[in-house]
Each structure stands twice: as C-alpha cells, then as structure tokens.
Design a protein around this ligand. Structure first.
Ligand SMILES: [Zn+2]
Length: 493
C-alpha cells in the first residue's frame, strides 16, 4: 500500500516537473533597438506646455470648458506643425481629433493609435494636498508633476513626438496611420471615441492594430518575479450599478420599529459583502500566468503556473489577498453611495444605496442583478439597475502578428520587460474599436509606480522625466514595425 502510494507520488512529481519545464515562453527574441534620436529638451517643454492647459472633463450637463479644448488644439497645431501639415485632420463632435496619414498601399488595414485629451478634475478641497500645483507642470525630484501627466497626455504627446520625428526623417507609411484623440474619455467617450469608431465603420476603413492606454511597465507586481512586467490589456471588465431602496418606514425616533429603513438596507449591504461573487480563473487572467509570467518565473513558481489544473485553488487564494489581483478573477461588489435620513429625531421614510459591480468577461448585467436579489432575499428592498450595464469587452487575440509586433516593440525599448496579457479593471476608449478589429491592445510605454493608478485620478499625478524619451521612441518604433510587418488581416484585403 505504502509502496503504491510512493510510486503514485513519484509519478505526480514527474508530471509536475515535466509540465513546469515545458511552459512555452511567449517572449520574442529581439535586439534592443539602436538609439532613436529624440529631442529630449524640446520634448519636455512641449509636454509641460500641454499639461498647463486644463482640459477637464465634466459630467454631461455640467457644461464644458470649450476654451481650454480650443487652446489645447491650437497649442498642438503650433508645436507639431509637420503633423498638422502632412496628416488630414478632422474634428469630431467639435473637440475630438482624428488625424489620418494615408499609406502608400491603401488596401492595407491601418494602424490606429488612441489617446485622450481630457483629464479628470482635481477634487475640490484636495488642491492643497498636491506637492506641486496640478496645472503648473513643475519639474522636481526627477518627475513632471501635474494632472494628466500620466493619464493620458503622456500618451498623446509621445505619439505626436513620434509622428513629427518620422515626418522630419522622410518616412512614408505603407499602411494608413490614424491618430484618434478623444475629448471625453473620462466621462465615457460617447461624443469622442464612439463617434470616431462609427466613422470607421461607415467609411469601411479597416484596421490591423489598435493601441490605447490601459497597461504599463509594472515593477514588483508579482511576488517572486524580479523582472518588470509589461502588462498589456487585452480585455476590459464590464460595468453595472444596482440601486437598492427601502420605502415607507418613517416615523418619530422616540418609538422606532425593531428594524429601521437604515437597518434593513445596511444588513443587505453586509450580505452582499459577505457573499462576494465566485472567482473564475480563465481568459486574459489565466493567460497572464500561464503564457505571460509563468515561463519566466523561478522553477518553483513554474511548477505552480505550469500545473494550474492542480494548483488553481492555491493561486486563487494568493490573488484573493490583494484587492487589485482579486478584481481580475471575480465580478467585484463595491457599495459606493448610501443615502438616508435628514434629521436626528426622525426615522427616514426612505433609504437608498448604490452598489457598483465590475463584471468579468461573459457575465451579463441582468444576471448579476438577479444574483444580487437572491443574495439579499428581502422583499422589503427594491433592487433595480442604475443606468445601463456595459458588458466586458471580448478578449483580443494574443496569437496574432499584431500582438507579436507590439510585444517586439516593447522588448526593443524595454529589453528587461516580460510582456504579459491582462484583464483591465477600468475602461478605455479602445473598447469601441473591438467590433472593428480583434487586435485591440492597451499599453502605455511608461514604468508605473506601485501607487501610480491612485495618483492618476487622485493627488500628485506625475511621471518620471526620463520616461518621456522612452515614450517617443516606443511609438516611433511601433509605427515603423507595424508598417513593415505583415499583419493578420492583410491577406483578407
Ligand atoms: Zn485615461
């Protein structure tokens, strides 16, 4: 019996090691690119000037700072004269910019680079918490500080620098190049990216590759992995908010019922937090471990990532310890608004709460809502959808020539980085292009600090000065590489 057990154990060990050693690396072998000349001093000043123009996005109905966007557009025209001279420029919904550089082979599907002009507002009252004022583009401690420095003026200016440089050097694209700079990404992209994508469909403009913000070079993201990881978003989570309401419970606080409207609603919220949605380990997140970082990890970790059939529960338990990682494997539950009561001696007649859910790919808003009702199981509470649900975007291909071209370009400019697909937790303009192309990727060529995401929409947004040159080099090589490569959709044209 013991011998049988010992033999079975040995076989298992053998299988584990075998699978660990056959994990296939998806990292392209590529030489770092010879230096691309970038005018780093001029670039810094052009970028700083752009940060000083507060192109703030406001919620629909709050009015728009038209002058800021006009000033920003004039600023771009002044500082990128070649781009404005050589490329066709079309204004979409008055403020979004669509540049088109017709390629020498018009039948080839184009390359689309996305970025957005708008930035989120600085929270009222938080201005004083900034180490440097948000719209002065101060250079200090090796960083450029300011709202929009990371999200997303870094991307926008890096793209323009790259194209301006290519024109100056006499480059002529084979493939048509499109630059689409929306003006309302931070409030959903309805007037910008949505309309631009619609134009592509109407005009029959075909696309081989789309690159937008939404990934970065992340350091120290994965325990046990020293190399920086270039995380490339290949899908985006969906979005749905539920409104929970309790009605008709008012009265004097001197004779309260056993359970008040506030109590009923609070216990519903507790139930939701205690019964989170189940974890699911598939799609982009599974590919991140199995194909992305797995093959590049230490042997011990390769045994785990190469044998997810056995170790999946272990990996999920590990992911569950970090809110960021856990969000990649489950539909998340986030109570965000709670309204009840006006006066200290009056029981509120109504209590309302909003709970925001971020949906895993494949999950539908009304199914999640149904599950919410089941978890709460309290007929005193009305559960409805607040606004409309948005399903997750389907995953882009990672077996494509377009993916390989992007991965090679990343490795040319960041030779140390491990390129890995991942599931984006937020939303970007690029989701509207997914129907037009199955090679839509989200990546910014910048090393992200561990708290970079918090800074991006919070206080003290900044980027390292040294990152600006990498940004311009990256887009330049990306445009050249995509132009020269034979991409997946070329043959079908
Ligand atoms: Zn953004």
């Amino acid at each position: 019996m013991l011998r049988w057990f010992g033999a079975a154990f040995l076989v298992l060990l053998l299988v584990l090691c075998l699978r660990a050693s056959t994990l296939d690396s998806m990292q392209p072998e590529i030489a770092p690119v010879a230096v691309v000349e970038v005018d780093s001093g001029g670039l810094l000043e052009r970028f700083r000037g752009g940060l000083k123009i507060p192109t703030v996005s406001r919620q629909p109905g709050e009015g728009m700072d038209t002058e800021a966007f006009q000033a920003f557009r004039a600023y771009l025209a002044q500082h990128y004269p070649r781009v404005h001279d050589r490329l066709e420029l079309e204004l979409i919904s008055r403020h979004s910019l669509l540049f088109r550089w017709p390629g020498g082979e018009p039948s080839l599907p184009g390359t689309v680079l996305l970025a957005h002009q708008d930035v989120v507002p600085v929270d009222t009252g938080s201005e004083g918490d900034w180490d440097h004022p948000p719209y002065e583009a101060v250079v200090a401690d090796g960083y450029i500080w300011g709202r929009g420095s990371l999200d997303d003026k870094f991307g926008l200016f890096s793209i323009l620098e790259a194209v301006e440089g290519l024109i100056a050097d006499g480059f002529h694209p084979r493939r048509t190049l499109y630059l689409a700079f929306g003006h309302d990404e931070e409030v959903g992209g309805g007037d910008g990216a949505v309309q631009i994508a619609r134009l592509f469909a109407e005009r029959g403009w075909t696309i081989a590759l789309v690159v937008d913000e939404g990934g970065a070079i992340a350091d120290g993201m994965v325990p046990g992995l020293d190399a920086p990881v270039a995380i490339v978003g290949v899908a985006e989570k969906g979005y749905m908010s539920a409104l929970l309401e309790v009605d008709g419970m008012g009265g004097h606080s001197s004779a309260p019922p056993n359970q008040s409207a506030i109590g009923i609603l609070a216990s519903a919220i507790v139930k939701l937090e205690d019964n989170r949605f189940p974890m699911r380990f598939d799609g982009a997140t599974r590919a991140f471990f199995e194909r992305g970082i797995g093959p590049e990890s230490s042997f011990g970790m390769r045994v785990i990532y190469g044998n997810l059939w056995l170790f999946e529960p272990l990996v999920l338990a590990m992911l569950d310890r970090s809110p960021m990682m856990a969000a990649m494997v489950r539909t998340t539950t986030a109570p965000t608004i709670f309204h009840a009561g006006l006066k200290e001696n009056v029981l509120p007649a109504r209590a309302q709460a909003t709970v925001n859910f971020r949906l895993l790919p494949g999950e539908k808003g009304d199914e999640v809502l149904e599950e919410v009702r089941r978890i709460i199981s309290d007929e005193r509470i009305t559960v409805s959808m607040a606004g409309r649900a948005r399903e997750a975007s389907p995953s882009s291909r990672i077996d494509s020539r377009a993916w390989a071209t992007l991965a090679e370009t990343i490795r040319e400019v960041f030779p140390e980085a491990i390129v890995a697909p991942y599931l984006l937790l937020g939303g970007t303009d690029s989701r509207y292009f997914r129907d037009l192309c199955d090679c839509v990727y989200r990546f910014l060529p910048i090393e992200l600090e561990p708290d970079g995401l918090r800074r991006a929409h919070g206080t003290n947004e900044r980027i390292p000065v040294a990152g600006l040159v990498d940004g311009a080099r990256f887009y330049r090589r990306l445009i050249e590489n995509a132009d020269q490569a034979t991409l997946d959709s070329d043959e079908s044209q």
